[in-house]
Design a protein around this ligand. Structure first.
Ligand code: SF4
Length: 488
């Protein structure tokens, strides 16, 4: 059997200092197989509580109105419906074939937009719009324009070519003319779920999706001028093999998607009912999981992709790669982004908003969400107002997740703290990671090494006050990775 211990798959980049790809160290990955958040926010969504409600949301919207006149807005719209359950799924979705459910949902989204929009300055342009799910293309080609028209009546959807209007697509259910319709509405980014083309794996996870239909969707997005196409893959699925996954990677890479996310499947049947359909005995063991991850890193590196962080890779020309090189890559609930400075308004069930220093989440339950709208109330389920300490730590964690380093002087200047005093216990925790070669520290910077780049979450966790207080497991780590979650 091949040994992966201390095998290095990092590659040098002649254009940039430092490695393009993270270095995979089997023993370290095993040792640090700790659960950890994905830090699309800090504090994470797990810290939201129902003591934060509609009045708090309105208060933070009011503050935002006062200080963010003219600043752009981001909208996230959750479309929860799917026709068929994928057994690995950990998303908040509703399985139905009843397209009329979409009509009713769109009408309710319109009511939610009508409640939200007056809280914000009407001149704020929506530069980032994302339809996520579930399966947004569960909606028919005549329903999506209605949704966008309704949003456009309430918010100033920009026409600018710099806009990011994106949608998650399931190639299995895409109808003729759907992508042309999206392009007509101004969509210019798409994210496609693929996971693995191996028929054995597809049968085991109840997601039969041909190579042809997937490649056609990528080609069609290109034909219609989409600026960026992302493909999601999953490793660690039942019956998955290195040989089969290599074929999948090579097939996908040949289509040159601008971005790729290679998530690790976490088997948590106690949390996600659909996963109970998966035979645990058919899951690859830890060694094979790492072999699959290693393969993905090697194949994507050989094909010219850059490692962005966590599970994300992008072509050198992609905006995420360019933003990372400039040092202004950010992270929000939609993942890595170039728009995180904007207030983010979430619409639809379970959607999360980030307004100023507050985070809030809508009801996850369709009935509760509808009932709140019937009563003309914002459908807020829970939330949190971040305090000074949260904001400082969010800043540090953002730097780790997006740049792989912390500029301590920058944090000191902007937050008026003495870094070494404020974070004395955290620096102590980092010393253990430094001893293992995951980070280096000097008077100015904490920097993830190429070995540490696959374990950015672990470095960030040292600065998470809530984890330190509770030692709770939030989501899982590299080997038993986070429940399948989407790129954006
Ligand atoms: S993985 Fe995507 S398409 Fe499959 S059930 Fe989950 S949300 Fe629906």
């Amino acid at each position: 059997m091949t040994s992966f211990a201390h095998e290095h798959v990092a590659q040098s980049d002649p254009m940039q200092q430092g490695p393009v790809l993270p270095e995979l160290d089997y023993e370290l990955l095993r040792r640090y197989d700790t659960a950890g958040p994905r830090y699309t926010s800090y504090p994470t969504a797990r810290e939201l509580t129902d003591s934060f409600g509609e009045a708090h949301y309105r208060h933070h919207a009011e503050l935002s109105r006062a200080r963010s006149a003219g600043a752009p807005l981001s909208l996230y719209v959750h479309v929860p419906f799917c026709e068929s359950p994928c057994f690995y799924c950990g998303c908040n979705r509703l399985i139905t074939r009843d397209r009329a459910a979409g009509d009713r949902y769109i009408a309710n989204l319109s009511r939610e937009a009508a409640l939200l929009a007056p809280l914000f300055d009407e001149h704020r342009e929506v530069q980032q719009l994302h339809l996520g799910g579930g399966t947004p293309n569960f909606l028919r080609a005549d329903q999506v324009p209605v949704l966008i028209e309704n949003l456009g009546q309430r918010f100033l959807l920009t026409n600018s070519t710099a806009r990011d209007f994106s949608i998650e697509l399931d190639p299995r259910f895409l109808t003729t003319g759907f992508i042309a319709m999206l392009a007509e509405l101004g969509f210019n980014r798409a994210s496609l779920g693929v996971q693995d083309f191996d028929p054995q794996v597809q049968r085991a996870v109840n997601r039969i999706q041909s190579i042809e239909q997937t490649l056609e969707v990528i080609a069609e997005c290109r034909e219609h001028g989409f600026r960026s196409v992302n493909v999601d893959l999953l490793y660690g699925l039942p019956r998955q093999t290195v040989t089969g996954f290599r074929r999948t990677l090579r097939t996908v890479v040949e289509a040159r998607p601008d971005r790729l996310a290679v998530y690790g499947y976490a088997h948590l049947p106690q949390l996600f009912k659909a996963q109970r359909q998966i035979e645990a005995a058919e899951l690859p063991d830890a060694r094979t999981r790492i072999a699959l991850l290693k393969l993905a890193i090697e194949e994507l590196g050989a094909a010219g992709y850059r490692y962005i962080g966590l599970d994300h890779f992008a072509l050198p020309s992609d905006e995420l790669t360019l933003a990372q090189a400039r040092g202004d890559l950010q992270r929000n609930f939609m993942g890595y982004t170039t728009h995180a400075g904007s207030d983010l308004l979430g619409l639809g069930i379970s959607a999360i908003s980030h307004i100023g220093d507050s985070f809030s989440q809508n009801h996850r339950d369709l009935t509760k969400w509808e009932a709140a709208l019937d009563a003309e109330r914002l459908p807020i389920w829970r939330g949190l107002a971040a305090g000074f300490d949260d904001v400082v730590r969010a800043d540090v964690i953002q730097q780790i997740m997006c740049r792989g380093e912390v500029d301590m002087h920058d944090i000191e200047r902007r937050r008026a703290i003495a870094f070494a005093d404020y974070f004395a216990p955290e620096l102590g925790k980092l010393a253990a990671l430094a001893a293992d070669g995951l980070v280096t520290m000097d008077a100015e910077r904490i920097r993830a090494t190429s070995r540490g780049r696959l374990l950015l979450r672990l470095i960030a966790m040292c600065f998470d006050r809530y984890l330190a207080a509770s030692s709770r497991i939030v989501a899982s780590g590299t080997l038993q990775a986070a429940p399948f979650s989407r790129v954006i």
